[in-house]
Write a protein that binds this ligand. Structure first.
Ligand code: FES
Ligand code: FES
Length: 182
């Protein structure tokens, strides 16, 4: 943002300045008080990995973590999370190394259009933090707020199981059946 634009924004009476913690970094923004966390992330901070779906709290595409807890960012005001730690899908990889969940999703073909994937990955990350070996039903329950219109969910569940096994230190690989369907 150039100096003139910043000057204009600073004069805007309908905006507030806030400092946020996102993916471990301090981020500052001038934003309208009614801005949702989803809008702040995508429009003010250019973190477009978080997806804009129903805006009604029904699809889970906008899922992010606030202090480690999954929240629907379309239903949360940005002001409400100042001072809290926000985590988005952009923060999952460790530099060039994908998170084990991301790696498993790639290998299993668990993302098709990918619109649901950021929210699913974050919900799964939280699940595996509290339950290193979830059953299929526990995975299903943890993802019950994240809708996917493409995959039929089976590949997603299998990818989470693969990642969980690897995170437990097992030498796991996708099964032939999981990859080829026979
Ligand atoms: S966009 Fe937030 S739940 Fe659908
Ligand atoms: S991969 Fe398309 S909505 Fe899930």
């Amino acid at each position: 943002m150039n100096d003139h634009a910043l000057h204009q924004l600073n004069r805007a009476p309908d905006r507030v300045r806030g400092t946020f913690r996102v993916n471990g970094e301090a981020r500052e923004a001038l934003y309208k008080p009614h801005t949702t966390l989803l809008e702040l992330l995508r429009e003010d901070l250019q973190l477009t990995g978080t997806k804009h779906g129903c805006e009604l709290g029904e699809c889970g595409a906008c899922t992010v973590l606030v202090d480690g807890v999954p929240v629907l960012s379309c239903l949360v005001l940005a002001q409400a999370v100042e001072g809290q730690e926000v985590a988005t899908v952009e923060g999952m990889a460790d530099g060039p190394t994908l998170h084990p969940l991301q790696q498993a999703f790639v290998e299993m073909g668990a993302a098709q259009c990918g619109y649901c994937t950021p929210g699913v990955l974050l919900a799964a990350e939280v699940l595996l933090e509290v339950n290193a070996a979830p059953t299929r039903d526990e995975i299903r329950l943890a993802l019950s707020g994240n809708l996917c219109r493409c995959t039929g969910y089976v590949k997603i569940y299998e990818a989470i199981e693969l990642a969980a096994a690897r995170m437990r230190g097992e030498r796991a690989a996708p099964s032939h059946e999981a990859l080829h369907g026979y």
